[in-house]
Design a binder for this molecule. Structure first.
Ligand code: EPU
Length: 426
């Protein structure tokens, strides 16, 4: 859906308090994990995002009935799996959809899921998902752009991931929860979103040990019951707001934060000379009246510096005098923000996955977001300079940030809200 562009008029200090939404990237797999129970599941802390609407469309096809029972609360019920396929039209909208393979396979014994394809910044393969399922006893074949998975009995055995993958770990766990096998996953992701999904599944009666470590053991159970769960705060949205506060040299307080999920981000901002203070689930970023230092960043799996904050950090560093080096080996092509920031006066030289940034002042310009986090980076850049920064591609921001313009206006940001920005997920 094409939305009218967003107008950002920056160059002013922001102040006040902003509540961070609950995590998009934890909510999506938890919604998918609800497929494993035939009973009713109630989820709180579900952000109203277009990605949530996309996954709900896919679940409706599979057999889930859903109802919003509050602004961010969702009831899900999948009494039976009606369709065991996840067609291209639905999967191609969002790559995270690929993990429906695990629960469909677990409940129905077979699943056909379209290959997710690439995205604006590269191929994003699913080889580890497929290798894991095969190692655990499933038969997986590729045909006409689809992966078809079948199993005879319960999945069991061991798989060592060849690299750390959040989605691959999700998929392998989801496929293993039901039945009577024992599955051990080595070199598994310790990401907060994996931990949150495991805690959700265990609250429904699953038997999964080792959350937050590289070795996860899943002992199959015959069925999951229903239940109620609240998703963790969104560390990527929190990090985006931290960078926004630093880039505008402001003091902003974030509520609904897990500071322990943001250590790498907090550490880098402190290295830059930004004051970050934590108090319970509140975090205050103060960059007023400061000369910030350039820093070097290399993205890593959690708990390292997240790739999902790399474009926003690049925008911030583009405003900091001196030379910063930003490297994103996790997604080497995640660079769609660079040319757009250059239109705003940023001096960024790219070589492979390395950006060398000579910081200075930015100026307003018409720009276009080609993906979610690039959109956030342009938003941050726009807030640092006077004049009208017109950001096209607003639909990407709606994938990951709930009512962004409206919420930032609460901090004093001058952001004109185009028609349709508030379109809620349903
Ligand atoms: N990889 C493979 N083979 C696989 C799977 C992954 O080579 O089978 C590679 C990827 O190409 C990448 C690395 O492993 O280089 C990590 O990918 P991962 O599987 O961890 O990513 P994901 O699960 O597909 C999630 C988030 C992304 C986030 C990444 C990395 C969701 C819905 N998506 O994707 O979030 O960038 O983890 O942390 O949770 C975003 O929110 O903007 C976003 C893109």
């Amino acid at each position: 859906m094409q939305l009218t562009p967003l107008h950002v008029q920056g160059g002013r200090e922001l102040s006040g308090e902003i509540a961070v939404q609950h995590s998009k990237n934890a909510a999506l797999p938890i919604i998918v994990a609800s497929l494993l129970s035939s009973e009713k599941v109630t989820l709180h802390g579900i952000p109203r995002l277009s990605d949530v609407a996309t996954i709900l469309d896919l679940l409706a096809h599979i057999g889930t009935r859903h109802a919003w029972i509050g602004e961010n609360s969702l009831e899900l019920h999948t009494p039976e799996i009606l369709n065991t396929d996840a067609p291209y039209a639905l999967v191609s909208k969002m790559r995270a959809s690929f993990i429906v393979m695990g629960p469909i396979l677990a409940r129905a014994g077979h699943a056909t899921v379209s290959m997710p394809g690439g995205c604006a910044w590269g191929p994003r393969p699913v080889d580890q998902h497929v290798k894991a399922l095969r190692a655990l006893g499933a038969q997986v074949s590729e045909d006409g752009g689809n992966f078809e998975a079948t199993r005879q009995g319960s999945l069991s055995g061991q798989f060592i991931f060849e690299l750390l993958t959040v989605g691959g770990t999700h998929n392998a766990i989801l496929a293993s929860v039901l039945g009577d096998g024992v599955v051990t996953l080595e070199n598994a992701s310790i990401d907060t979103d994996v931990v949150d999904m495991i805690e959700f599944l265990n609250s429904l009666g699953a038997d999964i040990q080792g959350a937050g470590t590289n070795t996860i053991t899943v002992r199959g159970v015959s069925a999951l019951r229903g239940g109620t769960y609240t998703v963790i705060p969104d560390r990527i949205e929190a990090g985006t707001f931290m960078m926004l506060a630093a880039a505008t040299r402001s003091r902003v307080t974030l509520t609904n934060v897990r500071p322990d999920h943001l250590r790498a981000v907090t550490g880098k901002l402190q290295e830059m000379g930004v004051d970050v203070t934590e108090q319970g689930s509140t975090l205050t970023v103060d960059a007023r009246d400061r000369t910030l230092n350039p820093v070097n960043i290399t993205t890593q799996s959690y708990p390292g510096f997240p790739t999902d904050l790399q474009p926003q950090m690049s925008a911030l560093l583009a405003t900091v005098p001196g030379t910063s080096v930003v490297q994103d080996p996790v997604y080497p092509d995640r660079l769609t923000h660079v040319a757009e920031l250059t239109r705003m006066g940023a001096n960024i030289t790219v070589s492979g996955y390395t950006q060398v940034i000579q910081g200075g002042a930015l100026h307003a310009a018409p720009v276009k977001a080609a993906d979610l986090r690039a959109g956030a980076a342009l938003f941050i850049a726009g807030l640092t300079c006077e004049g009208d920064t017109v950001i096209d591609g607003v639909q990407y921001l709606n994938r990951g940030y709930e009512r962004l313009a409206e919420r930032l206006r609460g901090l004093g940001a001058n952001v004109m809200q185009p028609e349709g920005l508030l379109a809620a997920a349903d």
